[in-house]
Ligand binder design. Structure first.
Ligand SMILES: [Mg+2]
Length: 150
């Protein structure tokens, strides 16, 4: 006499394998409280240098409050990605500048569309903060945003 029903165990096993398969095919999610910071460069952590003036990308100075805040976020365990409209051919100049000034970061993404007025649509949670001259820790504020209709 069996102590378990083979059909039930087989069915449960198949269900668990399907669950594992489902989990393995989802994109990874960061641990609770960890943020994926995507941070602009020109006009946000340093002067607004256009791609047409790459020589200024070498000599511009970082904004001290941006440097301190970004490095603090990195030290707290957040992901730091610089997301810039600088083109791929300017990536090494950018990395050298970030390293020279002591920025802590995980990645640099070039090729962000130029022109501003960004509106990001994603299946993941997205928050946006416009830089207006002070780079500090973030605070909560009630604002009006545009969303899809329910
Ligand atoms: Mg900018």
């Amino acid at each position: 006499m069996l102590l378990f029903d083979v059909k039930v165990v087989t069915s449960r096993f198949k269900f668990l394998m399907m669950e594992l398969d489902y989990i393995e095919h989802l994109s990874p999610i960061l641990k609770d409280g960890v943020k994926n910071y995507l941070i602009d460069i020109d006009g946000t952590i340093t002067d607004d240098v256009p791609n047409e003036e790459p020589e200024r990308m070498v000599t511009c100075e970082p904004y001290p409050d941006a440097l301190a805040t970004v490095n603090k976020w990195y030290d707290e365990g957040h992901q730091i990605c610089f997301f810039t409209s600088r083109t791929e051919n300017l990536k090494q100049i950018t990395i050298d500048w970030l390293d020279k000034h002591g920025f802590k970061y995980h990645s640099v993404l070039c090729g962000k569309p130029r022109g501003g007025n960004y509106h990001w649509i994603d299946n993941h949670l997205v928050r946006a903060t416009r830089y207006k001259g002070k780079f500090t820790d973030l605070v909560e504020k009630q604002v009006t945003i545009e969303v899809f209709k329910d």
